[in-house]
Every structure is written in structure tokens, then in C-alpha cells.
Design a protein around this ligand. Structure first.
Ligand SMILES: Nc1ncnc2c1ncn2[C@@H]1O[C@H](COP(=O)(O)OP(=O)(O)OP(=O)(O)O)[C@@H](O)[C@H]1O
Ligand SMILES: [Mg+2]
Length: 611
């Protein structure tokens, strides 16, 4: 349980052209041109009003106070209030529109990323940790949301104010402006220097947070194992390690940020102080009016604040660049398993009305899992599965039985050989078509954190309540479901934790029954049932298997004795096949598998034996 510790080197942020990494995100903003336009108008309006406020200050000081006219002062204040009202309207629109844009775009990105993730080939998830993918969906998109929804508009507004402010400064007093401008490089220098560092630290910080959630997620999911081995303290210590690691990284980042912000504030306000001195002397000497100096200081502070904002946002943009890069990388990931450009139709026999069961043929199939390139999981597999027959796969653990199913469903493609379905290589079929024909009950039943309705209906979302109940009855699940606190509407807990193993299995069976597939794949589908329910479920399954091709994996040979063909597998190869009697007579491995089960129990029904 230390997967969180092996931080993968490939996830380190690559050297990028910094903020440029954000550019592709604009394709997500494009659909909302109108909103962007309206926000721009609001932005320009508020920036313009902000800038003219300085003139108002100048007017009030020179004409109100200095001229000593209360009437003029009153007029000036009225104008000022008018301007401020406009400012309020502008600010409302800007804030609303820009925040809307941020939420909208991040929602779109989230959807796009999720859509991409659910279509990726399964081995992708063996190479990438789920915590990391989750953090892209949540943390990375949230960062982008704050960038688009506030930082970007802040940056735009501040840039406008910066430029406008500088222009107004020049108009107001050229000499003092030169002073201000001389300070600008002083402010920008630390920004540039520490920006790079901050970006790197931010990326590390985000990785560390992802590690934390991966770690915690795993422990929470397996809490009973943790507690039964009394590893609470160990896990606490290990988790502490992860958290402290993240804190250390974050500390470095905030120290950098704090230093940057502090130095910018110090530099800008020092500049303003110097300017105040120079301007003050000019006022004393009567070269400029008090109003002019007031307006000037107003603009100078505005410029200073804008520079500070831009600097801060710049740091955030750099952080977001890392997020954008990761999201785009994920969006650009291609699935290894795809439907062909021009898929062949599933030929289901010649007549239209009588759907014939497919024939499946494994031809010289060799396969190794991507993570184990040197160890074939399947080798020289040649197997023909006739229509409508029941084929049993038996063999020791790790023989490659489940792998056969995974290849059939095209979770992976074999490296050599091919699998055909009604004479078509399955790689030439549409993935959806192919998978629609198959119903699999996996070795470890998977339930979703929802109610019974949802979980069974997963097999066929359009099924009526009656059909769901009928499927549950056939899977021998109806009885226990009825006894649940809220019957079919009972919430089953995350991954169905509120059910026993056998109950989960029956729900999974009901789901497959509801799907009513042409090919039924049962992977130890009844292994967790007691003898009685197994015999009932078995009866239902026998009924179900009648009119479809069935592949069945079972350790309990009593369940496979009646198969049309029993395939004995060992170490990734088919070592023998035949029916029960002939295998019993000829195949040593099958004999051994049978002996181990039947002899000990002294009777054929040894279903109590754990598999
Ligand atoms: N995702 C995977 N990545 C790498 N290797 C895998 C993966 N899944 C299975 N294997 C390996 O492939 C081999 C065959 O596994 P498979 O799951 O097909 O066995 P099985 O016959 O179903 O065994 P069992 O009866 O225990 O379920 C095993 O050696 C296993 O370790
Ligand atoms: Mg298996």
C-alpha cells in the first residue's frame, strides 16, 4: 500500500514556454465569444471610470477646496457619485460575466477530460494512478477556473489601468512620470526571477497533494484490512510523511511568493514616496497645483497596485500553465483500443428475424500484458467456440482464464494471432457493437454507490421496473433485496459495501441477465454463493445459457461438468480439451483438479469448498 510513495519521474513538469502553455485553453473559451465581448466592454468601462476618478479628485481639490466654493464642491461630488454608480454597474457585469466564463469553461474542460478518461484503454489506468487522474479533474480544473474566472480579468483590468494610469500620469506631470517609469524595471526584475521558481514549486506542490489523496483514498477503501492487521499507526506515520512532504513543498512556494509580493510592495511604495517628495517640492515652489499632485498620487498608487496585481496574477498564470499542460496532455492521449474507421457489421447469420449466436475463434493468439512485456499471459491459443454452446475454462490460478475474457471484450489486443467473431476479426468490428453482444459477470463483482435499481439496470438502462425485478428473481436475488431496508431503492454503499459477497455476486448476475447478451461470460460467477443459492442460481443460469454462447470459468468443477466443452488451461496455454468423462480419462491436470475437489468431500457436491 505504498503506491503513493513511488512518485513517477515522468510526471515532473517539463520545461515549458511558461504561460504559453495556457494558450490552447482558449479553444475552450471560443464558444463564448459573446460573453467575452460583453465582459470586455464592462472591463473597459470600469477601467475608464477608474481612470477618470483621478480627474475628479484633481477637480475637487483644485476647484472645491482651493477655490473654496461649496457649490462647485457639491457639483463635483454629484458627478463623482454618478461615476461611481456607473462603476458599480460595470463591476457587477464584469464580475458576473467573467466568473460565469470561468465556471462554464472549467465545467466544459472537466467534461472533456472525463469523456476522454472513460474511453481510454484499461492499461492506461495500470500505468497512471487514479489519484492523479482525479486531481486533474478537480484541482487542475479548479485552478483554471480561478484563472479564467478572476485572475485573467484582474490581469486584464490591471494592465488596462497600468497603461491608462501611465498615460494619465504623463498628461498630469511628465517629470514625475519619468521617475515612476524608472522604477518599473526594478519591480519587474524580481517578478521574472522568482516566477520560474514559483512555477516549479507549484507543480511539485500539486503532485504532492495528488499523492496525499491517492494515499488516503487507498487506505479508506481498505480500512478493514488496515485495522485487521492493526496497521493504523503505521498508516498514520506513512500518511504524516506524505502530508509533511506536501507541506514542505508548499512552504517553499509560499516563501517565494511572499518574498516576491513583499519586495514588489516595498519597491513600488518607495517609488511613490520618492515621487511624493519630488512632487511636494514642486508644489511648495508653486510649479504644480495641489490638485495635480493629488491626481498624480492617485494615478501612481493605481499604477503601483496594478503592477502588483499583474505580478501576482503572473505567478498564478504560471501555476495554471502547469495545470493546463497536464489537462491538455490527458486530452490528447489516444486510446490504444479503438473502433476501426469503417467497422464491419456484426453478421448475425443470414436471416434477419432469427438472430444466430456468434461463433468465436481464437487463432494462434499470443498476449502479454503491457506491464509485463516479457511474460506471455497467453500463448498459442487456438480455440473454436461453436454457436450456442457452453464452454468451460478450468485450470490453476494464474493460468490465463480471465485474460481470455479480457481479450474477447477487447480491453487489450493480442500481440500475435487474432480473435474472430462470426468470421470477422474483432478489431474490425465496432467496439460498441462487439461489447453489446457480451455480458460479463466479473470475478469480483463491481457495484456502484447507488441503489439496487441503478445497479441492476446498469445492464440495460431502458429496462422497466418489472424487467429489473424479473432479472433479480432469476439471479435468485429478489428475496434478499426485498428484505433490505428500502427494498430495491436501498442504497448499497460505496462499491456495495452493505452487501455480502454472495449478494453482490447475485446483483452482478441480475445485471448480466437483464442485459440479455448473445455471449455470456461468467468468471467465477457463483463462487461466493452457498450450496443452496448456488444450485438455484445454477438452475437459472442453465436456463439462461440455453439460447446463447456461454464461456464459464469456475474453480468448482461441479459447475462445469455439464459444459459442452471443457478447456483445461495452464501457464497461459491450452493443455487439453474435451468433455468431463474424456478429460477425466486422459488429462493428468484435469484428474488432479478433480481429485482435489471430489475426493476430499466424498461426493460430487463440494460447493462448500472455498475456491
Ligand atoms: N493487468 C495485468 N497486468 C499484468 N499482468 C496481469 C494482469 N492481469 C493478470 N496478469 C497476469 O496474467 C496471468 C494470467 O492472469 P489471469 O487473471 O488471466 O489468471 P486466471 O486464470 O484468471 O487466474 P484466477 O483463477 O486466479 O483468476 C497471471 O500471471 C497474472 O499475474
Ligand atoms: Mg481469473
Amino acid at each position: 500500500m505504498n503506491s503513493a510513495n513511488n512518485s513517477q519521474p515522468e510526471k515532473q513538469p517539463k520545461k515549458t514556454k511558461s504561460v504559453k502553455a495556457l494558450l490552447p485553453i482558449f479553444s475552450f473559451i471560443k464558444p463564448y465569444k459573446l460573453v467575452v465581448g460583453a465582459a470586455m466592454v464592462a472591463l473597459l468601462l470600469t477601467a475608464g471610470i477608474n481612470l477618470s476618478l483621478g480627474q475628479g479628485v484633481k477637480y475637487i481639490v483644485d476647484h472645491g477646496f482651493i477655490a473654496g466654493s461649496s457649490e462647485q464642491l457639491g457639483n463635483a461630488i454629484l458627478v463623482l457619485i454618478g461615476l461611481i454608480a456607473l462603476l458599480a454597474i460595470g463591476t457587477f457585469s464584469r464580475f458576473y460575466l467573467v466568473s460565469w466564463l470561468g465556471e462554464r469553461v472549467s465545467a466544459d474542460i472537466r467534461k472533456a477530460v472525463f469523456n476522454r478518461i472513460v474511453q481510454l484503454h484499461p492499461s492506461y489506468f495500470e500505468e497512471n494512478r487514479s489519484g492523479e487522474l482525479m486531481s486533474r479533474l478537480t484541482t487542475d480544473t479548479t485552478l483554471l477556473q480561478s484563472i479564467i474566472g478572476s485572475s485573467l480579468s484582474m490581469a486584464l483590468r490591471s494592465s488596462l489601468m497600468l497603461i491608462g494610469g501611465l498615460i494619465m500620469l504623463m498628461i498630469t506631470n511628465f517629470k514625475l512620470t519619468l521617475l515612476v517609469v524608472a522604477f518599473v524595471p526594478l519591480v519587474l526584475a524580481p517578478m521574472m526571477i522568482s516566477g520560474r521558481k514559483i512555477r516549479r514549486l507549484s507543480a511539485n506542490s500539486q503532485d504532492a497533494i495528488a499523492d496525499i489523496s491517492t494515499y488516503a483514498g487507498e487506505i479508506i477503501q481498505n480500512i478493514k484490512v488496515v485495522q485487521s492487521y492493526t496497521h493504523e499507526q503505521r498508516e498514520q506515520t506513512a500518511f504524516k510523511g506524505e502530508v509533511e512532504k506536501a507541506f514542505t513543498v508548499a512552504k517553499k512556494r509560499i516563501a517565494q511568493r511572499a518574498l516576491l509580493i513583499a519586495s514588489i510592495i516595498f519597491l513600488t511604495f518607495s517609488a511613490i514616496s520618492v515621487m511624493l517628495y519630488v512632487g511636494g517640492v514642486d508644489v511648495l515652489e508653486g510649479k504644480i497645483t495641489g490638485g495635480e499632485l493629488s491626481a498624480f498620487v492617485f494615478y501612481a498608487i493605481m499604477v503601483a497596485m496594478s503592477v502588483a496585481t499583474v505580478a501576482e496574477v503572473y505567478g498564478e498564470l504560471q501555476r495554471a500553465a502547469g495545470s493546463a499542460e497536464r489537462l491538455l496532455e490527458l486530452l490528447a492521449t489516444k486510446s490504444d483500443i479503438n473502433s476501426p474507421q469503417a467497422p464491419r457489421p456484426l453478421n448475425q447469420g443470414n436471416e434477419h428475424d432469427t438472430v444466430q449466436e456468434p461463433e468465436i475463434v481464437f487463432h494462434n493468439v499470443e498476449f502479454n500484458y503491457p506491464s509485463r512485456p516479457d511474460m506471455p499471459a497467453l500463448k498459442d491459443i487456438n480455440l473454436s467456440i461453436p454457436k450456442g454452446k457452453i464452454i468451460a475454462l478450468v485450470g490453476p490460478s494464474g493460468a490465463g482464464k480471465t485474460t481470455m475474457f479480457e481479450l474477447l471484450l477487447r480491453f487489450y489486443d493480442p500481440q500475435k494471432g487474432q480473435i474472430s467473431f462470426n468470421d470477422n476479426n474483432i478489431t474490425q468490428l465496432d467496439l460498441t457493437d462487439l461489447r453489446k453482444t457480451m455480458g460479463m459477470v466479473p470475478q469480483h463483482p463491481v457495484l456502484f454507490s447507488s441503489d439496487v435499481w441503478h445497479n441492476i439496470r446498469y445492464g440495460n438502462p431502458d429496462a422497466s421496473d418489472e424487467a429489473v425485478i424479473e432479472a433479480a428473481k432469476r439471479a435468485h436475488a429478489h428475496e434478499f433485496i426485498e428484505k433490505l431496508p428500502e427494498g430495491y431503492a436501498s442504497f448499497l454503499g460505496e462499491q456495495g459495501v452493505r452487501l455480502s459477497g454472495g449478494q453482490k455476486q447475485r446483483i452482478a448476475l441480475a445485471r448480466a441477465i437483464l442485459k440479455d447478451p448473445q455471449v455470456l461470460l461468467l468468471d467465477e460467477a457463483t463462487s461466493a454463493l452457498d450450496a443452496e443459492s448456488e444450485s438455484h442460481v445454477q438452475a437459472a443460469l442453465n436456463e439462461l445459457m440455453k439460447d446463447r454462447t456461454t464461456l464459464i470459468i469456475a474453480h468448482r468443477l461441479s459447475t462445469v461438468i455439464h459444459a459442452d466443452l471443457i478447456v483445461v488451461m495452464d501457464k497461459g496455454q491450452i493443455v487439453d480439451m474435451g468433455d468431463h468423462q474424456s478429460l477425466l480419462a486422459s488429462d493428468a491436470l484435469y484428474q488432479r483438479l478433480c481429485e482435489l475437489q471430489f475426493d476430499k468431500a466424498n461426493e460430487p457436491d463440494i460447493s462448500l469448498q472455498a475456491s
